[in-house]
Ligand binder design. Structure first.
Ligand code: PEP
Length: 260
């Protein structure tokens, strides 16, 4: 039996701004039907905020868990248009925080990301903290600095007692399918970055940092999922575009069952 968090595999589908509530509900229905209950794989989907509440009534949480794509760090107040983690509490188990689209389109900096991570934990929601360098940062040899800064910045309100409540996703911005000229990351590039993430977590949290799951995301699809899932130190995948196609997402989950 494997209930060590690191032995678990996490497959997360980030639906971004896609699917109406009705479409999301039909997709979830089909996904629930298509999937057996894999006890060692956590399948997580992140629909739009508006779909979360109805889907939370529909989902079988033994099989699939829900994630928010975002949330606000204050619990209530004069913040027009925002949804707080306290409102999401009980509806989702996870929240994607610090996604590159939030960092670069909506100008979220490490301070904002750090506050959101803390707010998610405060509200019993597991943050999936996304970090990763842009293409130009990689070209200028800044990858290691960016990874260290985003990791330590995003976690700066997380104490030793809470680090076991966090998941990290390494998502090089240049490998995300929506990037202008997206390139596939090689398994070796992923391995190097993940090793650095693990070292940084150990430097920051000692032994407790060793148990933090680290996922990879960036143009994952059924034909490359197996290669990324067998990179040392990788505990799962964050999947964007391919998670919108039910057969591909199921294929990725089945690949995880096969190779892990
Ligand atoms: C993402 O946006 O988190 C992502 C990994 O997208 P894609 O799989 O489409 O590259």
């Amino acid at each position: 039996m494997c209930y060590n968090k690191l032995m678990k595999t996490y497959i997360v589908g980030n639906w971004k701004l896609n699917f109406t509530v009705g479409e999301a509900s039909i997709y979830l229905h089909k996904l629930l039907k298509a999937m057996p209950n894999y006890r060692d794989i956590d399948v997580i989907v992140a629909p739009s905020t508006i779909a979360l509440q109805p889907l939370s009534l529909q989902v079988d949480r033994h099989k699939i868990k829900l994630a928010a794509q975002n949330g606000f760090y204050r619990d209530y107040g004069a913040f027009t248009g925002e949804t707080s983690f306290s409102q999401l509490r009980g509806i989702v188990d996870y929240a994607i925080i610090g996604h590159s689209e939030r960092r670069y389109i909506f100008r979220e900096d490490d301070k904002m990301v750090m506050r959101k991570v803390a707010a998610a934990i405060r509200n019993k929601i597991t943050p999936i903290l996304c970090i990763g360098e842009t293409e130009s940062e990689r070209t200028f040899g800044e990858t290691a600095d960016v990874i260290r800064d985003q990791l330590s910045g995003g976690l700066s309100e997380v104490g030793d007692d809470d680090i076991d409540k966090v998941i990290i996703a390494y998502e090089p911005v240049w490998a995300i399918s929506s990037a202008k000229s997206a390139k596939l990351a090689t398994p070796d590039e992923v391995a190097d970055a993940v090793a650095l993430i693990r070292k940084t977590l150990k430097d920051l949290y000692g032994k407790a940092g060793e148990n933090v799951p680290v996922l990879f995301g960036g143009s994952v699809n059924p034909s490359n999922a197996g290669a990324y899932l067998t990179v040392p130190g990788v505990n799962g995948l964050l999947v964007g575009g391919s998670s919108l196609i039910l057969s591909e997402f199921v294929d990725i989950i089945e690949t995880a069952k096969r190779v892990r």
